[in-house]
Design a binder for this molecule. Structure first.
Ligand code: PLP
Length: 400
């Protein structure tokens, strides 16, 4: 039966609004329930002991109530199920932030004695820092995609890449890289592309990482991270999450599940606006170079001839702020902010120049964005870095 609704694979846009919610109608609910419990009652201590043993031994999600909120949470589990469906993986495990998620991945591998990581720059500034500083007892070899196979050692536990990368939007051929990794798991940070534009597991990655703070949440009001992977790796991640405590708050899980439902619409709309801004920036004599990935997306990077600090000081509709993936447009100077923690030489070698600006395009009207951007590009350098808050007039774009 080719029209059986229960077996026909569904499109991403459909999964985005239904995954993780299939049981709701039978429960007599429409919105997902938010479970804020930190503990769960049980009058049968022997049964609880068996459930704790089962989790400690396998890392499988507990059947029924989670015993304690650090093991599992039903609301967060809905977000995890939905994200796994969108990424095409068996499982997903959510964390308090993207950095907590990366930490758990590194600890899972290091706990097996596989402390060496091969990574390709650029990565998000804090990911670069976590690996370079060796805070978790790991050691990193930086290389380009062509050097990965040669950099792998017997104690290599992970190959890590971002594509498109933060902040230069450099792209890596995931399939070719996965081939170079052999049996070493390849982690792709898919924060910028989202599963709407790219599902790395379909190209041979084993682990997909998201800063859920960005597009998955989508409204700039939730901090979270998530790892999409096979159930075997997910079990090890749940055990590390239980032991180290980097759990996602259930309210954040609720908001991230809500964010997923509009993810395809948001990403497609913002990407169309970004593509138009790229066209205009590329033709602008004040702009030296525009970086925009082949797969598209709502992130733009560009290098200006003038003072990049004058541009971030000059925007009035666009918000000068770090982070990305929100409904409104943000611009920032990576060398000063998102990648400040990376040593200057390493930053430059990875293509993060002093002239580079990174913009996360939101859902505003393209003409309003262009008007703001073009006036900011003409802003004289040395202009006040902040709009006045003392009652003196602030230049504002006319509201149409
Ligand atoms: C922001 C970001 C992270 C870190 O995520 P947090 O949620 O801020 O901890 C990791 N990777 C990329 C690509 C990011 O943009």
């Amino acid at each position: 039966m080719d029209n059986d609704v229960s077996t026909t694979p569904r499109a991403l846009a459909t999964e985005a609004v239904h995954a993780g919610r299939e049981d709701l109608a039978a429960l007599g609910l429409h919105a997902p329930p938010l479970d804020l419990s930190t503990t769960y009652p049980s009058y049968d201590t022997r049964a609880e002991a068996a459930r704790i043993d089962e989790f400690a031994g396998t890392g499988a999600r507990p059947d029924g109530p989670p015993v304690y909120a650090r093991l599992d949470n039903p609301t967060t589990a809905r977000f995890e199920d939905a994200l796994a469906r969108l990424e095409g993986t068996e499982s997903a495990v959510a964390f308090a932030s993207g950095m907590a998620a990366l930490t758990a991945v590194l600890l899972v591998r290091a706990s097996l004695g596989l402390r060496h990581v091969v990574a390709v720059r650029p990565l998000y500034g804090c990911s670069d820092h976590l690996l370079t500083a060796g805070l978790l007892g790991t050691e990193v070899t930086w290389t380009d995609p062509a050097g990965v196979a040669e950099a792998i050692r017997p104690d290599t536990g992970l190959v890590m890449v971002e594509t498109p990368a933060n902040p230069t939007l450099a792209e890596v051929d995931i399939e070719a890289l996965a081939h170079s990794c052999g049996s070493v798991p390849l982690l792709v940070d898919n924060t910028f592309a989202t599963p709407v534009l790219q599902q790395p597991v379909r190209h041979g990655a084993r682990i997909v990482l998201h800063s859920a703070t960005k597009y998955l949440g989508g409204h700039g009001d939730v901090l979270g991270g998530v790892v999409a992977c096979d159930e075997e790796f997910a079990r090890a991640l749940r055990q590390v999450r239980f032991a180290t405590g980097g759990v996602l708050h259930p309210l954040a899980g609720y908001l991230l599940l809500r964010g997923l439902s509009t993810l395809p619409v948001r990403v497609r709309a913002a990407s169309a606006t970004a593509a138009e801004l790229v066209r205009r920036l590329s033709a602008d004599p004040r702009v030296a170079r525009v970086h925009y990935p082949r797969i598209g997306g709502a992130m733009i990077a560009f290098e200006v001839y003038g003072d990049p600090h004058a541009v971030t000081a000059g925007v009035r509709l666009i918000t000068p702020a770090v982070s990305l993936g929100s409904v409104d447009t943000l611009i920032q100077h990576p060398a000063s902010i998102s990648h400040r923690i990376v040593a200057e030489g390493d930053r430059r070698a990875a293509g993060v120049s002093e002239q580079l600006l990174r913009m996360s395009v939101g859902l505003e009207d393209v003409e309003d964005l262009w008007r703001d951007l073009t006036q900011a590009l003409s802003a004289p350098s040395g202009r006040s870095a902040r709009p006045a808050v003392d009652g003196s007039p602030v230049p504002r774009p006319a509201v149409r």
